[in-house]
Design a protein around this ligand. Structure first.
Ligand code: HEM
Ligand code: SF4
Length: 572
């Protein structure tokens, strides 16, 4: 099924960015990580290891809230590590959830976070506790391999078992694809799990044997794959490098429409960078899908830009060489052509909240969380509640692409117990008491941990929504589903560029405002106004919301209204 790397192609492209050199010299992701983590003199690691450790699912960060204070005391920054698990489709057992909860208390900052790619991140782990963290994850049969780095990342899948009769047939493909595209280097097992040394690089090029797909230079940049089951598009499947849209007939999975070239990140001041939605190019059967994803990744490995990391995502490769070229290259490598696309329609993104029953007579609770942060506060203690639910083994857990969670596989007679536990901890089990805007909000982490953040997101968006809610109420829009998203920089982790109302941080307290994304995840928004502070955000949005309330057509979504009214013609 897998073919070796064509000789020369991968080698030819090297010499570009410094990250390429680091990968080249890393001996399959080992670098000097062992030495860096043994050095007791600093909470940091070497510059090269800082890049390499991403492939092990970890970012080195520092607590940005404490930078000035540490500087004044002539101390090094408060270095800490974020670690991201690999959880295809976001599915964990009750035991695994409990392990995640314990890890956050023992080694992290007593919180953890459900991400927009259906996985879990821990923050605030100091260098000397990272190994213990990874070992604790391993004990719970979880790993962080390829959580970050220039490889295929966590594979996503529509999580709601109640929404589709073919969910159970589609779901295993997330794991199969993730495992098929995992790096094969044993570096992770040696460094963190103390397994005996595996094969390392010796002169003479054993790349094909040790890392058959990736070679020693891995991919030019990260690579993302997601699966959606129409008519629901919870994960905005077209934001991925490869989007797979499940096609079924008479409750049987026929295969997948394949979409390629999505990616949301862009860089301010670089006109040649842009967000792009994946383009549907053809259909493959379930038996063909592993070949399709494998060879697509291999094409990006061989033709992606390795000189400029700002232009190295697969979307730029697709736009440089063209879709027709890509289809031919893929067919040549796979030994078959994609078939004609099957028709499908997406009607929604976002999650279904509350209880629903599935065909196996079990129940599922869609639980809305505040931007995925699992923590106890003065008002509510959702972390303790979910830990208690897991301790009593009342359900399994599925993270969603919108930073929420589904409590799945619940027996009918356990429903009341779950509701009670949530209530005892100050948490409502459905989200109907929240505004439609809040129910449909996403914010990336941003400050205080993300080194890229130029403005707040997770810590600010809930407050901004609190200020927008009286305006919504005034115009009778409080229950309307409107997608609002905020990121602290243009990298796109919170998918702001797909929101009906999107904010991208410019500087502390200031945001660019984007409007007009599609509610179904199939249209990007456009820049409407730049550099707004909170007062300007509120005064800009109020008249538009008022017009929407008064002039919308039946069933017209906010994003569609913006477009029909031509508001984006007067943009920025
Ligand atoms: C140049 C591009 C990007 C860079 C450098 C970047 C970097 C980062 C960093 C440093 C974090 C950790 C923040 C923290 O936990 O403190 C993060 C989080 C995350 N990123 Fe990105 N990112 C980029 C683009 C994207 C894109 C386009 C997506 C997907 C649409 C994405 C998905 C995520 C997710 C799911 C998280 C987890 C946190 C969350 O759910 O908010 N990233 N990213
Ligand atoms: S969008 Fe920017 S600020 Fe937000 S988590 Fe991603 S990199 Fe950090």
């Amino acid at each position: 099924m897998t073919k070796p790397i064509p000789k020369g192609l991968n080698e030819r492209a090297i010499n570009g960015s410094d990250v390429e050199r680091i990968k080249d010299q890393s001996n399959y992701l080992r670098g000097t990580l062992v030495e860096s983590f043994a050095n007791p003199l600093t909470g940091s690691i070497s510059a090269d290891d800082h890049q390499l450790i991403k492939f092990h699912g970890t970012y080195e960060q520092d607590d940005r809230d404490r930078r000035n204070e540490r500087l004044a005391r002539k101390l090094e920054p408060a270095y800490e590590f974020m670690i991201r698990a690999r959880i295809p489709g976001g599915n964990v057992t009750a035991e695994q959830w409990l392990a995640l909860d314990t890890i956050s208390d023992l080694y992290g900052n007593h919180t953890f976070r459900l991400t927009t790619r259906q996985t879990v991140q821990f923050h605030g782990i100091v260098k000397f506790k990272l190994k213990q963290t990874i070992q604790a994850m391993d004990k719970a049969l979880l790993d962080s391999i390829a959580g970050c780095g220039d490889v295929n990342r966590n594979v996503m899948c529509s999580p709601d078992p109640a929404l589709s009769s073919i969910n159970a047939q589609v779901y295993p493909w997330a794991t199969k694809i993730s495992e098929h595209l995992m790096p094969k280097s044993r570096a992770y097992h040696e460094i963190w799990l103390d397994e005996p040394q595996g094969r390392t690089l010796v002169a003479g090029g054993e790349a094909e044997e040790i890392e058959p797909l990736y070679g020693k230079h891995y991919l030019p940049r990260k690579f993302k794959i997601g699966i959606a089951i129409p008519p629901h598009n919870e994960s905005d499947v077209h934001m991925n490098d490869i989007g797979l849209i499940a096609i079924a007939k008479n409750d049987q999975l026929l295969g997948f429409n394949v979409a390629v070239g999505g990616g949301l990140g862009m860089t301010f001041g670089r006109e040649d960078t842009y967000a792009r939605l994946a383009t549907d190019i053809g259909f493959c059967t379930p038996e063909q899908v592993l070949d399709v994803v494998y060879h697509t990744v291999a094409i990006q490995r061989d033709f992606g830009n390795r000189q400029d990391r700002k232009l190295s995502r697969f979307k730029y490769t697709i736009d440089k060489y063209g879709l027709e070229w890509f289809k031919q290259e893929l067919a040549a490598r796979c030994g078959f052509e994609l078939q004609a696309l099957h028709p499908y329609t997406f009607t929604t993104t976002g999650d279904r909240f509350g209880w629903a029953e599935t065909t196996d007579k079990r129940w599922h609770l869609g639980l809305r969380l505040e931007h995925g942060r699992i923590q106890d506060t003065e008002k509510t203690s959702i972390k303790s509640a979910l830990a208690q639910i897991a301790r009593e083994k009342l359900c399994a857990f599925r993270m969603t692409a919108n930073q929420n969670v589904f409590l799945t596989e619940v027996k009918k007679n356990n429903k009341a117990r779950i509701v009670n536990i949530l209530k005892e901890h100050g948490y409502e089990s459905d989200a109907s008491h929240l505004s439609g805007l809040r129910r449909n909000s996403i914010a990336c982490v941003a400050l205080n941990t993300c080194p890229q953040a130029m403005a707040e997101a997770e810590r600010y968006l809930p407050n901004l929504i609190t200020k927008l809610e009286p305006i919504l109420d005034k115009y009778g829009l409080l229950q309307d589903n409107i997608k609002i998203r905020m990121t602290g920089c243009p990298n796109g982790c919170g998918r702001s560029v797909m929101a009906e109302i999107g904010f991208i941080g410019k500087s502390p307290g200031r945001y660019n405002l984007y409007l007009g994304g599609g509610f179904n995840g199939q249209r990007l928004n456009k820049l409407y106004r730049e550099n707004l502070d909170e007062a300007a955000i509120l005064t800009t949005l109020e008249p538009i919301l008022a017009d929407y309330a008064n002039q919308r057509e039946t069933g017209e979504t906010f994003g569609d209204f913006i477009l029909r009214k031509g508001l984006l013609d007067q943009a920025a």
